[in-house]
Design a protein around this ligand. Sequence first.
Ligand code: PGA
Ligand code: ZN
Length: 441
Amino acid sequence: MTTYLEIKSIHAREILDSRGNPTVEAQVAVLNHGNGNRYEGTAAVPSGASTGRFEAVELRDGEPRYFGLGVQHAVRNANEKIAPALLGANALNQYEIDRKLIELDGTENKENLGANAMLSVSLACAKAASAALSMPLYRYVGGTGAHLLPVPMMNILNGGKHAANTVDFQEFMIMPICGSCFSDALRICAEVYHNLKKILEDRGLSTGVGDEGGFAPDLPDAESVLSILVEAVKAAGYVPGEDVWIAMDAASSELYNEKTDMYHFPGESRLKGEEVIRSTEEMISYFESLVEKFPILSIEDALAEDDWDGWQKLTARLGGKVQLVGDDLFVTNKKRLAAGIKLGTANSILVKVNQIGTLTEAFEAVELAHKNNYTGVMSHRSGETEDTTIADLAVAWNTGQIKTGAPCRSDRTAKYNRLLRIEEELGGAAEYPGLLAFHVR
Ligand code: PGA
Ligand code: ZN
């Protein structure tokens, strides 16, 4: 007989994220008819700053409280519309639950209920079900095959919309390839992070941090950031391009100006005292030169979210040696990913559950990526909470990579610490992929 985990109650509330803005949290209670016990699952929704234009809609109240950012409407949607539709359903049927959520919303971009309302319930159902079955979330979601710990793509220097400094590209990250296991890899990252802090201090540069916990000094351009990162890796005793590689998220949609059809670099312009703008062609050449000079293994959103032609050229020129990750380009949406695969754009997808709004759809995007030899990078948002679901999902779906900020700020370390616990729990079954997580190099 199928286990019946009857959804007994769904309660959403407004909580705060790591930037002090409101977000939605949902609590789902289920009754396990097998043993008569009640179990709960709670999930909180993250929020982006450099959001892609094609993301599912994050419903905001637009009222004076919280500068318009309140989520009381989304909370009401969860409590008054979603809850009545799902009470009595079997929490074990995640696919069915998510299908019901999508039907109830009835729009392509989830603007009716709000992806924030929908995702909070979708994830909380999965967590309640895993609790009711006494299984860790990664095991419940991923089944017997879940065993791969992710390589951290750790953002240790912040720019763009995540900091008030002059660095135009949003994220500069390190990836420890040489670690023998996840805990070892995490230690290497923390060591590089502390060495970076010392280097910045020694040069009189700011060691204040951005939204994702990485340092946010005023540096003139990408080259100077990359040089300092290489120095920090060496100072920590590791070999750049062997032990530790570099990843970047250019978040180029934020730099792209539709009117000029060019990419504008405001920080670089300010520090250099002259306007710095680059065409698509110049952007591609710029990335090529950076890849020549520095040990870069992965570049995310190198070009804007709608520049399909540019992405095709970029992939043709760099796709063989660099992981090219589509974030704003694909927005965890299997339709956009399918279009990209057809055109031969990018070779990797960033996976942000709130970009699409249900657990099932996020999984479908990862599945489609893997089937087509694209890698998947599980990811946080710049606005996070203490919720650690993405750590479990990275293991559940064997993504092999996770992007969840610096080893600083509890909203970021919570995910890394959860992965440490998972690794311990998996024991001998835990695998750390290192370079195998990448299809390049
Ligand atoms: P966001 O940034 O969460 O602010 O969108 C993260 C990213 O671009 O990867
Ligand atoms: Zn991004």
